[in-house]
Design a binder for this molecule. Structure first.
Ligand SMILES: *Cc1c(COP(=O)(O)O)cnc(C)c1O
Length: 483
């Protein structure tokens, strides 16, 4: 090493060598950062940078080379880029769960994205009647569509289905009794537990039947002068099997009518189409529930419906009017962002022939194993090349899940790639798999798979554009070599 290099690169810096913030901000490269981002952010990051350098200097681990103007400028630019990088990021979902709650549930159809973007770019007639020039009602934007699609007399929308259930129970059953089967006291992820929701709504829960069997007579005996409603809850995320019986909405409706109480059904996912037609497991529809005689049916916008987060409430004019007028509605109302996306999504349901192509959720759910296998095949060789020799990649049949509590026990025949650490690897299996998962999650467009039996599985069902993954294989290889 030459004398010069040992001075510039080898010697340790002390606190006295640190640049002042002012001096740092006057460097030409940093001036350029200031003109792009303004003084506030750049100065704050510069101070944090110098604080970090001071700590390193005091610890005796700061080299002079780190204080060269280019090094300082580059590390400051890096800090700023990191600071401005969004925390909410798009990812590639190769988990095999199509409607994945942790990955944002349903992906919006293009028509919904376009309408959302167009409506958010300026003022809109969210609560303004363009015909009369007077105040309008945001519900009216989708009420007609929802009534047409489900056959309901009236409809309203709120923030999510949890809000729809809470609001319906509070408006129709607050201060009075709500009867529910012990077999339907569900907990959905994220602390949505039916008994707690009832308590929050101010409805007194009256449980009937047992975990596995509830009969019409159980409901009949429990109805008193204090009863406001009967609640049916779709057991979305579990199944009671074996010696079981439950009472359907169609059987409960005549009882509810005769005794003058409301019948409310929380459908959870609530597909608006007959899933059986697409070869998928059947899920009860709001249409069927209304035809069976329910007064109110609630369901999610971002599960099988394939739209934005929203809680949809459809039912009789009388019930929906009470729900809409209930003060809590204002606190739970749907924002204009999902409302725009919901309107465009529902319009697709007026053109059912388009759904399987236009709704990503339905497109992915209806892909055959052979179609998914073609995606896997497109990735196989390039991925093998990128991961050799540390990992071996094999095409494999696997099973996808619908997800989000829809059709919980059904699995869809699928296909994908199974990646295992090569036996020659010196590290443990678990460590090698974790390193790979981490590298995939660390890509510019993160890739999320699932680990099962000491292998990383990449289910290729939800891939529309293999290039999104193929284009990142260089970065993946680099990350694994560095690791
Ligand atoms: C998913 C689900 C909910 C909650 O719906 P969100 O839209 O997530 O608020 C409530 N009830 C049932 C039965 C569900 O499946």
């Amino acid at each position: 090493m030459s004398t010069y290099e040992s001075v510039v690169h080898g010697s340790k810096a002390t606190v006295k060598d640190l640049p002042s913030i002012d001096k740092l901000l006057r460097l030409p490269f940093v001036q350029a950062l200031v003109s792009s981002h303004g003084h506030t952010l750049v100065a704050a990051e510069a101070r944090a940078q110098v604080d970090g350098l001071r700590a390193q200097a005091l610890a005796g681990v700061l080299s002079m080379s780190a204080l060269a103007p280019e090094a300082l400028g580059q590390s400051l630019a890096g800090r700023i880029a990191e600071r401005l990088a969004p925390r909410l990021r798009r990812v590639i979902n190769l988990t095999g769960t199509v409607i994945h709650t942790n990955l944002g549930r349903a992906v919006l159809p293009q028509a919904a994205i376009d309408h959302l973007v167009a409506m958010m770019a300026g003022p809109n007639n969210l609560e303004y009647d363009l015909v009369t020039g007077s105040r309008g009602d945001r519900d009216s934007i989708v009420e007609g569509l929802l009534c047409e699609i489900t056959g309901a007399e009236a409809a309203t929308v709120v923030n999510n289905n949890a809000a729809a259930v809470l609001l319906s129970l509070a408006a129709l059953g607050g201060g009075r009794e709500a009867i529910v089967s012990r077999g339907e006291l569900v907990e959905i992820g994220g602390a949505f537990r039916m008994p707690d929701v009832m308590a929050s709504a101010g409805a007194h829960m009256v449980e009937v039947g047992t975990t596995n069997r509830t009969h019409l007579a159980d409901y009949e005996r429990a109805i008193t002068g204090r009863t406001a409603l009967l609640l049916k809850v779709h057991t979305s995320n579990y199944a009671v099997q074996g010696f079981t019986s439950s009472v359907s909405e169609a059987e409960l409706a005549p009882l509810a009518k005769a005794r003058g109480v409301a019948l409310v059904s929380d459908l959870g996912s609530g597909s608006l189409i007959d899933m059986g037609k697409y070869g998928l497991p059947q899920e009860p529809t709001p249409q069927q529930m209304l035809a069976a005689g329910c007064d109110v049916v609630t369901f999610s916008g971002d599960k099988l419906l394939g739209g934005p987060q929203a809680g949809l409430i459809v039912g009789s004019k009388e019930s929906i009017t009470r729900i809409r007028k209930f003060p809590m509605k204002r606190a739970l109302r749907l924002s204009k962002l999902p409302l725009a996306a919901l309107e465009a999504t529902l319009q697709l349901y007026l053109q059912p022939e388009l759904l399987v192509d236009e709704l990503p959720t339905l497109r992915w759910l209806t892909r055959s194993r052979e179609q998914v296998a073609a995606n896997a095949q497109a990735l196989l060789e390039p991925l093998r090349a990128a991961l050799a020799p540390r990992y071996t990649v094999t095409p494999e049949s696997m099973l996808s899940q619908i997800g989000s509590g829809s059709l919980p026990i059904d699995r869809l025949p699928s296909s994908g790639l199974a990646i295992a650490p090569s036996l020659s690897g010196k590290r443990g299996m678990g460590t090698a798999l974790d390193a790979l998962s981490e590298a995939l999650r660390g890509l510019p467009l993160p890739v999320v798979g699932r680990i099962s039996d000491d292998r990383l599985l990449l289910d290729c069902r939800c891939i529309d554009d293999p290039l999104e993954l193929l284009g990142q294989l260089g970065a993946l290889r680099a990350a694994l070599i560095q690791d």
